[in-house]
Write a protein that binds this ligand. Sequence first.
Ligand SMILES: [Zn+2]
Length: 73
Amino acid sequence: MSNDFVFDDDDFAKEGGAGSGSREFDEFDCPGCNANNPVDEKFTDGDEVRCNYCGCEFKALVNQEGKLRFREL
Ligand SMILES: [Zn+2]
């Protein structure tokens, strides 16, 4: 009659969830003209942003280190 409560801590070891959705940005530096663009709505990985200065559109890519990069559309 022993009730052993075993807590499985394995969940803490889980990595590689890519943390999608948790990294948001409210500004970006345009890779085309280097202008700093504040945005009204925060964007994150996979969102598209547009530079207010040169009009170029980019797709935002956030890697697992949280580093923001852009791909020209
Ligand atoms: Zn620009």
